[in-house]
Ligand binder design. Structure first.
Ligand code: NAD
Length: 253
């Protein structure tokens, strides 16, 4: 494994499980030190312990700005800097728009969108001090195209994409880069048990968390030093259009 991240310190939200946990493992494998932040203290601290001294767990509810301030301070106290912020925490929910529960709309916006803004704001000073910082906002294909029965998720993931572009303009003068990643269907606890049909997607399968972590590692590293405000799509081709399912499966059987 390349060690592209030696000397960098990363804070990853929602990192106790799923893609966030995979990102934490990948960044440490590439030489970074990582703060795993989540609501799920048992899973988060168990993961940090398993990963060793290059990983550290902290409780962080991304909807609470005071907790953000504390998590950022803890990161710089413990590891000395903050160079990479991965805004990964998110929830998904499905309901036809006409019946969509109001409280679920508010909760989804608070976690998926406001949480990202809070993170960027809270991390600004140490990221400015870093001089070569990278903020990676996890959006979705739902930030590129409409999807049925997920109005709040759709709205927040488009919001993250827009916030990313504005933040890139504001923060470029401090050499803080801000980019969004747009995963398609990825096999994690979030999608566990959902009916998944990828037969009309170009690559004809769901993705793994590790395939998204490879993009996170690239954006965290100085290899992506001239990319900011950009959309990095990791979706097996889902957002480009549909393929004929029969033709696709025929080729691969
Ligand atoms: P997951 O449900 O497996 O993990 C999400 C993590 O976020 C959990 O550990 C959870 O405890 C944490 N979390 C939830 N609310 C939080 C809060 N308020 N504060 C801090 N942590 C909180 O999800 P995943 O599939 O790994 O998804 C990670 C990100 O990728 C999400 O933003 C999701 O929207 C996005 N995404 C997922 C997919 C997919 O197919 N799985 C596709 C596109 C985008």
């Amino acid at each position: 494994m390349n060690k592209r991240l030696t000397g960098k310190v990363a804070l990853i939200t929602g990192a106790a499980q799923g893609m966030g946990a995979s990102h934490a493992q990948r960044l440490v494998a590439e030489g970074a030190r990582v703060v795993i932040a989540d609501l799920n203290d048992d899973a988060g601290s168990a993961l940090a312990q398993e990963m060793g001294p290059e990983a550290h767990y902290t409780h962080l509810d991304v909807t609470d700005y005071d907790q953000w301030t504390a998590a950022v301070a803890m990161t710089t106290d413990h590891f000395g800097s903050l160079d990479v912020l991965v805004n990964n925490a998110g929830i998904v929910n499905f309901s036809p728009l006409a019946d969509f529960p109001i409280e679920l709309w508010d909760k989804t916006l608070a976690i998926n969108l406001t949480g990202v803004f809070y993170g960027i704001r809270a991390a600004f000073e140490p990221m400015k001090a870093s001089g070569r910082a990278s903020i990676i906002n996890i959006s979705s294909v739902a930030g590129l195209m409409g999807l049925e029965f997920m109005p709040a998720y759709n709205a927040t993931k488009f919001g993250v994409r827009g916030l990313t572009k504005g933040a890139a303009l504001d923060l470029g003068r401090f050499n803080i880069r801000v980019n969004s990643i747009h995963p398609g269907t990825i096999l994690t606890p979030m999608t566990d048990g959902l009916p998944i049909d990828q037969s009309r997607v170009a690559l004809g399968r769901a993705g793994s968390a590790e395939e998204v972590s490879a993009m996170v590692a690239y954006l965290a590293s100085d290899e992506s030093s001239f990319s900011t405000g950009a959309e990095f799509v990791v979706d097996g081709g889902q957002s480009v259009g549909t393929t004929s399912s029969n033709a696709h499966t025929a080729t691969h059987q």
